[in-house]
Design a protein. Sequence first.
Length: 486
Amino acid sequence: MAETTAPVFFLLLLLLLSGHHYSAASPIKTVVVLVMENRSFDHMLGWMKKLNPEINGVDGSESNRINTTDPNSSRVFFGDKSHFVDPDPGHSFQAIREQIFGSNDTSASPPPMNGFAQQAFSMDPNMTHSVMNGFHPDKVAVYKSLVSEFAVFDRWFASVPASTQPNRLYVHSGTSHGATSNVAALLAKGYPQRTIFEDLDDAGISFRIYYQNIPATLFYKNLRKLKYITKFQPYGLSFKSDAKNGKLPGYAVVEQRYMDTKLEPATDDHPSHDVYQGQLFVKEVYETLRASPQWNETLLVITYDEHGGFYDHIGVRVPTIVVSPWVKKGTVVHGPNGSPTPTSEYEHSSIPATVRKIFNLKSPPLTKREEWAGTFDGILQILTQPRTDCPEKLPSPVKIREGDANEEAIVSEFQQELIQLAAVLKGEDILTSFPRMIGKNMTVREGKEYMENAIKSFLEAGLAAVKMGVDPEQIVKMIPSLSTRS
Ligand SMILES: *[C@@H]1O[C@H](CO)[C@@H](O)[C@H](O)[C@H]1NC(C)=O
Ligand SMILES: *[C@@H]1O[C@H](CO)[C@@H](O)[C@H](O)[C@H]1NC(C)=O
Ligand SMILES: *[C@@H]1O[C@H](CO)[C@@H](O)[C@H](O)[C@H]1NC(C)=O
Ligand SMILES: *[C@@H]1O[C@H](CO)[C@@H](O)[C@H](O)[C@H]1NC(C)=O
Ligand SMILES: *[C@@H]1O[C@H](CO)[C@@H](O)[C@H](O)[C@H]1NC(C)=O
Ligand SMILES: *[C@@H]1O[C@H](CO)[C@@H](O)[C@H](O)[C@H]1NC(C)=O
Ligand SMILES: *[C@@H]1O[C@H](CO)[C@@H](O)[C@H](O)[C@H]1NC(C)=O
């Protein structure tokens, strides 16, 4: 007996002495998630390889033929001249298949990533140039600084090679509930799957969604329940003051402006929106957290829903940056190194999977995908104290778009889906030939007004219902023309 306990005891002592707290509580008490739109890794961060050769980015030798089946067709090299992108590159499931495989034959492994130029050319000859370029690091100075100060992930993939909504759904629920495209009717009706928000809430950990225009997180049906109505707070009124007063919740989602108007330009980086505005927004979120009394226990995750049709030389990788005073300066994270399974990778389900570990949640993974996804809590366990050298201010980005937002433009597909969500919240979906038609003809300015008005009445009605003692599991159903609650 004594012979076996001694080495065990010795090992335990060693572990304690070496300062590794294998089962110790995470230093992180607040996780902030920001999901930007529609840009690939190489497009946003590929050229950061110049700053740090360890980053699996680009050097300009990467190219695509304009016609993948014609070896004599012209070759387009990847450049660093990204500027203002309009219109929006292809990002349907079919378009992405052509981008990564060059044809409909999907048997190659790894995929050759050779059909970007061809697919873009088929939409508009000018678009080839847009998709085969990335940003020079100085054009995205806020990311340049974050990448050199904190952690960049160069093997983080979109969860599905498809459009925005399926990918956004993975971020908080580890599944798209089978969707591979934006299904307007289902989106508006609400996706039924369980989310990390519910796991956190059940474990007594607070969450809040700081929204602008309208919260896209309301695409999850369960979040519309009365019991969650106070979790939605306007970004402008609440985010900075909560941070300043040390009142940030355990899990905070910051949603950007999806609507592009002259006075309030969009901040989501979605083409054709100005990346300069997205950079300003990331800077504001970072500086707000940096100045908060909660900074020493904060983790900020910035990622992109999908690649938006832009070239990437590895796969459908999206930019991901993880910020915390617990992250060692200049960290580059590649894959999860065979953990938890030999095929595991980082992708959007890595967020709920990591949050589960950080908060030591007892609930099981939401899905098989979450169970499989790599977690990155390890990069927070290297330092023994929070850093004190993190910059208080980030550089001011350069303006990219010349001129103003075109607020009289007809809304994009994504914006239309948000308008349809607004229509459901407002109860106006029963008035028209829903869902395909609502919002189709709205301008960006009209759509913004419509959705901001809808979310305001939905939340007001919800609060009133809570006061009246309505069952918190219920979802408020508005009556349209009267604009009052049932
Ligand atoms: C691409 O090249 C193939 C083989 O030369 C040719 O048959 C096809 O028409 C070309 N496609 C386009 C879009 O030019
Ligand atoms: C490519 O060019 C070479 C030389 O001009 C020619 O022999 C060959 O047939 C061409 N291939 C195609 C697919 O057009
Ligand atoms: C590839 O599949 C799409 C439908 O998904 C079809 O429209 C297209 O013609 C196919 N292309 C080729 C080269 O077979
Ligand atoms: C392509 O760009 C040129 C020059 O910028 C412009 O004149 C032309 O109209 C564009 N073509 C399309 C299809 O947008
Ligand atoms: C990007 O933007 C388009 C247009 O709004 C939208 O349809 C799409 O879902 C977004 N995501 C992708 C991957 O394109
Ligand atoms: C964070 O921790 C560092 C190092 O312990 C300390 O110097 C600093 O004052 C702390 N900052 C806040 C906001 O608590
Ligand atoms: C949108 O506008 C066009 C042209 O003004 C009109 O023909 C069409 O019926 C409108 N569609 C909807 C859904 O209102």
